[in-house]
Ligand binder design. Structure first.
Ligand SMILES: C[S@@+](CC[C@H](N)C(=O)[O-])C[C@H]1O[C@@H](n2cnc3c(N)ncnc32)[C@H](O)[C@@H]1O
Length: 267
């Protein structure tokens, strides 16, 4: 895993040209993706509909690749990384967990196996990837754990109860989200967090200009996301131990601000 490049602006022509010269074999695939994405953006001007269409196209080709893993081996390893991290931070079977952007349960199937039946709730904007998630439940023999899988149009979480979830988790979701989508989530998540609960999310971190590539991959400065959390009564903590793992993104942990001072034992 190469070190994170925290300065590059991948949206610039200069960066893209240099990348193409370094990796000429990847150019046709990138051009095909850019053309498809331009067509999907034209047909679906709002971000959620656009990204849902991207997921539909990607899931049809290969559900594991649609969530970012080119091989089953990597899919299993990336899921294990998410699971082991949360287990190390105190995820217990009796906890209730909400996974935002659960995909085809790369990490989710391990959470479902660990948690008591009915304690896992996965949401995603893509019905197609949720169909693939059902395949994962069958493949892993988890039918009796009764996980909930629900398609959503937005991240208002309005159909979920107050103070219910001990752990909310979003892996590689905000790396595909414009800021208003992240803000909608941060404005809502405090309500559904149980006392002492926490929300972990990964993001593509930049220390240079914030930017996006093809409106698929978004790069944010940590202070932007921390300030957004604070605006909505939350405290965000940069997870330094996540940086030690072989993963290209960074992680923030969000808690309800009024609880934070009396409950720092988890961190
Ligand atoms: C890269 S995949 C990661 C899936 C899963 N978290 C994992 O680690 O395997 C991103 C997932 O987030 C979903 N997603 C993207 N934007 C979303 C949003 N605003 N609300 C809910 N799900 C979203 C996508 O449909 C996709 O399934």
């Amino acid at each position: 895993m190469p070190a994170k490049n925290l300065i590059a602006d991948r949206s610039t022509f200069r960066h893209r040209l240099a990348y193409a010269l370094r990796h000429p074999a990847r150019v046709p695939r990138h051009l095909a993706r850019a053309t498809r994405d331009a067509w999907l953006r034209y047909r679906h001007p709002d971000h959620i509909s656009y990204y849902r269409a991207v997921m539909r196209s990607d899931t049809r080709a290969d559900p594991d690749a649609a969530v970012g893993s080119r091989t089953r081996e990597r899919w299993l390893a990336l899921g294990a990384m998410q699971f082991d991290y949360l287990l190390g931070h105190g995820l217990r079977p009796e906890h209730r967990m909400l996974e935002i952007g659960c995909g085809n349960l790369r990490g989710g199937w391990r959470f479902i196996r660990h948690l008591e039946p009915g304690h896992y709730y996965g949401i995603d904007i893509s019905p197609d990837i949720l169909f693939a998630a059902q395949d994962t439940i069958v493949e892993m023999g988890l039918e009796k754990r009764l996980p909930m899988l629900t398609p959503v149009r937005d991240l208002t979480l309005r159909f979920l109860p107050d103070a219910h979830f001990n752990v909310v988790h979003a892996h590689s979701v905000f790396s595909h989200s414009p800021l208003p989508v992240i803000e909608e989530c941060l404005a809502s998540v405090g309500r559904v967090l149980a006392p002492g609960g926490w929300f972990d999310f990964t993001y593509d971190r930049t220390e240079g200009e914030e930017h996006h590539v093809l409106r698929e991959d978004f790069y944010y400065r940590t202070e932007t996301l921390v300030a957004l959390a604070e605006k909505h009564g939350l405290t965000a903590q940069f997870m330094t131990d996540w940086e030690e793992l072989p993963h290209g993104q960074s992680k923030l942990r969000v808690t309800n601000r009024r609880e934070y001072s009396s409950d720092t034992s988890r961190s």
